[in-house]
Structure formats: structure tokens, C-alpha cells
Design a protein around this ligand. Structure first.
Ligand SMILES: CC(C)(COP(=O)(O)OP(=O)(O)OC[C@H]1O[C@@H](n2cnc3c(N)ncnc32)[C@H](O)[C@@H]1OP(=O)(O)O)[C@@H](O)C(=O)NCCC(=O)NCCS
Length: 439
């Protein structure tokens, strides 16, 4: 254990990962990467991370390409590398190179996932990787007068076959080769295989490992999340996008629209991006989703874990009044939450008192998501709920956030203005300020 991660830090860090482990267990992820990702120095650590995901009970389909390896084979044999549009013009000689290169990359991946040396993250691992004839291909045909020969598209994916393998704990490895019902072999685009596989098995996530940090805007700043519509606009405008991004984004958009929950674009040039993307609140790459990732809604009993994670640090530093977990469970119906990509990042509660008063309580936004307007959205939600309950006057007790409320129409009042029930439990030591807003 490194010094920075010793004792308390280690325990806190390990616990912080639990919500993701709960969220991801039994989910299906398709991870797609080109041949370059597997030829680089980080191939070994990528295998470590895939092993870890499998050990956490995530069902994995890996899809690999082999472009640089195919180029090498062609060069060795003195053959030209010809592209027409997005596809390699694949004659019989080029197809032989494709078969050799793809075969050796697949074997390399199997070997990487078969490591089990002690003192490595793969000690004690027992991963079983299976390939097979899961992809049926069809010829691309003649494009603009160019006969693409053995360049193919995906015609069908044997989703049941893949699911059966995932169901018994195997990792499924797909390549950029498929056979047609006529028994011919076709060279496919890896990203199209990934897209079709993710859609047909109903994947929860499709992750593309790419040659850049994710999708970027014209200034090179990372776009950490995009709706499918925004990603489509980016494809039309984004001359600046990297080669991988230009290839993968259209597949990402189609997969997202066809129901793949999240499509992630992350960098293969940096160690650990897969884990950081999946197991941290912010991630490190770009997420594409059909709709916006944030949702403002009323809380449900299964939000308790997320709520506790959000408010506990604020209870500990005294910003919020401590609530027992039992109380929280009983009062969950009073809360509204903001969810971001499945995580609770903001909350607030409404407690009606007497005929016409109500308390806005426990307003909190996760520090990383502050100044996005979430606090204000939650306040407005609580005001709407309060009006619906007949509340005419909303009050709030606060020690450190008085100006935030003042700037939003609350005015300072005395403890005497509180409903009598609340006055009785007013904590004199906290000396909270009272603010009131007529609705
Ligand atoms: C108060 C809180 C909920 C605001 O959440 P948020 O999502 O950042 O709120 P918004 O994005 O709607 O508003 C952000 C604005 O409020 C300002 N702000 C944040 N905290 C403030 C405070 N204590 N006093 C005055 N202004 C504050 C920010 O500076 C920002 O304004 P600016 O961009 O003009 O500088 C959040 O800071 C929080 O969780 N604080 C800790 C818990 C707390 O104090 N809760 C209230 C107790 S009842």
C-alpha cells in the first residue's frame, strides 16, 4: 500500500468505490479498441484493468481492430494499402494480410488476459476468453465504381450466443473479421462491429479507447458529456477531431440512439483511464448519451445510499444538521434530488409545518457540481412542491449560506417567526440564522 493511500485514506477510497461496484455488477460493457492500443506499452495495464472489471462481475465484450498490424503485413509483402472512404479496399492478397494480422492480435489479447503472475494485479485471476463465429458479414460491394472486394459490413450478430457466454462468466472477444453465409471472410471496420455488438446484446455501456482524450471543442477543450444530437453536430463541424474520433463518433451516436445507455470515448495513451472513467464521479473522457445525463426528481427509497454519501461530509463539518439514517429512510418522501449519470449529486427537502409554513432543509450540492445552477434548480423544485402542499411561507435555517438565500429572495427573520414546533427544537448552540420567503 503506498504511503498516500495508507489507513484512513485507503479505507475511505475503497468505500467510495462501493456505489460503482453495486451499480455495475451484472451490467454488460462493450470495450472497443484499435490495434494501436494493443501494440503500445499500456497493453499490459489495460489487461489488468479488464481483469479487474471482470472480477467485479461486469459482463465484458472486447472488440479489437488491427489497422497498424495489417499495414505492417502489407508492407512486408510489398502490397499497397488502399482506402476508399472509410473502408480498406481488400483484394485476396490484402485479405491474407488481414487474416494474419487479426489472428495474431487476437492471440496477443488472449495471452495478455491469461497472465497470472504473483505480485501483479492478475494474480489468482481465472479469466476465460472466448472468440467464435458471432459475427455474420456481408460485402460492402461496389462504392462509387470501386469494387471493395473483401471489405465487409456487419450483417448480423449472434447476440444469444454472446449472452450465453457472458452468462457463464466468459469474456467475449470479437475482431474485425466476419464470415458470410457463403463461407467467405470479410474485413470489417472495428467500430462498426463494436456498435452492432453493443446494440444487439443490449449493452449498458460502449467504451471506445481512442487516440485522444475524448471529444474536444475547437479550442481543444475536452467536452465531458454530449447528447447524441450534440455529438452529431460535432461530427459535421469537427475538422479538428482526431482520426479515431472521426471514425468512432458516428458509431457512438448510432449506438446511443439505438439504446446503448452510455457511450464513452477515452484515451488509450494514458494509464488507468478506463478505471478513472468508470469509477470516479467526473470521469476523464467524453460520455455520449441519448438525453442529458442530469435529472431533477423526487427521491426514492433506493436513493438513501447516494444521499448519505452526499450529505455525510457536510454533516461532519457542521454545515448540515446530522440526521439519523432511520430518520432519513422515514423521511425520504420529503426529498428531491438531482441525479447525474446515475449518481445523486444534489438534494433538498421540504417539511411542512402547521397550516401554511414549510421548511426548506438539507439543501446540498456535491462540491464538484457546484456553480452549475443545481442549487437553484433544487430550491425552485422545493418551492413548487411547497406551493402544492399549501405552504405560503418557506423558511430555512442556515449557518454559512445566508447570502446565497438572501440573493434568492429570502429575508432574515427572528426565531420568533418560526412555527412553534420548530422553535421548541431550535438548537441555540448552532445559532443558525432564520430566513423566510413568501411563496
Ligand atoms: C449552497 C449550495 C447548495 C449552492 O449550490 P450550487 O449548485 O453551487 O448553487 P448554484 O449553482 O445555483 O449557485 C451558485 C452561486 O452561489 C454562490 N454561492 C455558493 N455558496 C454561497 C454562500 N455560502 N454564500 C453566498 N453565495 C454562495 C456561488 O458563488 C455562485 O455564484 P457566482 O457564480 O455568482 O459566484 C452549495 O454550495 C452547497 O451544497 N453548500 C453546502 C451546503 C449548504 O450550505 N447548504 C445550505 C444549508 S441549508
Amino acid at each position: 500500500m503506498s504511503e498516500e493511500l495508507s489507513s484512513a485514506n485507503f479505507v475511505a477510497w475503497f468505500r467510495s468505490v462501493a456505489p460503482y461496484v453495486n451499480l455495475f455488477r451484472g451490467k454488460t460493457f462493450v470495450i472497443a479498441f484499435g490495434g494501436k492500443a494493443i501494440s503500445g506499452p499500456l497493453a499490459r495495464t489495460l489487461a489488468y484493468d479488464v481483469n479487474l472489471l471482470a472480477a467485479l462481475g461486469i459482463r465484458l465484450v472486447l472488440v479489437h481492430g488491427a489497422r497498424p498490424q495489417i499495414e505492417e503485413e502489407l508492407q512486408e509483402k510489398g502490397l499497397p494499402s488502399l482506402y476508399h472512404g472509410r473502408y480498406r479496399v481488400t483484394d485476396a492478397a490484402a485479405l491474407d494480410c488481414v487474416i494474419d494480422a487479426v489472428g495474431s492480435v487476437s492471440l496477443e489479447i488472449e495471452a495478455l488476459l491469461s497472465q497470472g503472475l504473483p505480485d501483479t494485479p492478475m494474480a489468482n485471476s481465472t479469466i476465460r476468453v472466448v472468440g467464435g463465429n458471432f459475427i455474420t458479414a456481408k460485402p460492402v460491394g461496389v462504392l462509387d465504381g470501386v469494387d471493395m472486394q473483401y471489405a465487409g459490413n456487419v450483417r448480423k450478430i449472434d447476440a444469444d450466443g454472446i449472452r450465453a457466454q457472458l452468462g457463464i462468466g466468459n469474456i467475449v472477444l470479437l475482431s474485425c473479421i466476419g464470415a458470410s453465409p457463403t463461407g467467405e471472410i470479410f474485413n470489417l471496420a472495428m467500430e462498426e462491429v463494436a456498435e452492432s455488438a453493443a446494440i444487439s446484446v443490449g449493452a449498458d455501456k460502449l467504451l471506445f479507447l481512442t487516440d485522444s482524450c475524448g471529444a474536444t471543442d475547437v479550442d481543444g477543450s475536452l467536452l465531458d458529456e454530449l447528447t447524441a444530437d450534440a455529438a452529431e453536430r460535432l461530427i459535421r463541424q469537427g475538422d479538428w477531431l482526431s482520426t479515431d474520433l472521426k471514425r468512432y463518433l458516428p458509431c457512438a451516436v448510432r449506438a446511443s440512439r439505438a439504446g446503448v445507455g452510455r457511450v464513452h470515448l477515452i484515451d488509450y495513451n494514458e494509464d488507468g483511464t478506463l478505471l478513472r472513467e468508470l469509477f470516479s464521479r467526473d470521469g476523464v473522457g467524453t460520455i455520449i448519451s441519448r438525453e442529458s445525463l442530469e435529472r431533477l426528481r423526487d427521491a426514492r427509497p433506493d436513493d438513501i445510499g447516494g444521499l448519505v454519501a452526499l450529505i455525510e461530509p457536510l454533516e461532519e463539518d457542521g454545515t448540515l444538521v446530522r440526521r439519523s439514517r432511520e430518520l432519513l429512510e422515514r423521511e425520504i418522501g420529503h426529498f428531491s434530488v438531482i441525479e447525474h449519470d446515475g449518481m445523486i449529486v444534489g438534494c433538498a427537502a421540504i417539511y411542512p409545518y402547521g397550516e401554511a409554513q414549510g421548511e426548506l432543509a438539507c439543501l446540498a450540492v456535491h462540491p464538484r457540481y457546484r456553480r452549475w445552477g443545481y442549487g437553484e434548480q433544487l430550491m425552485k423544485r422545493i418551492e413548487t412542491r411547497a406551493r402544492g402542499l399549501g405552504v405560503q411561507q418557506l423558511f430555512v435555517l442556515t449557518t454559512v449560506t445566508s447570502h446565497w438565500f438572501k440573493e434568492r429572495g429570502f429575508v432574515e427573520a427572528t426565531v420568533a417567526a418560526l412555527p412553534s414546533e420548530k422553535r421548541l427544537v431550535y438548537n441555540l448552540q448552532r445559532r443558525s440564522k432564520v430566513f423566510i420567503k413568501p411563496l
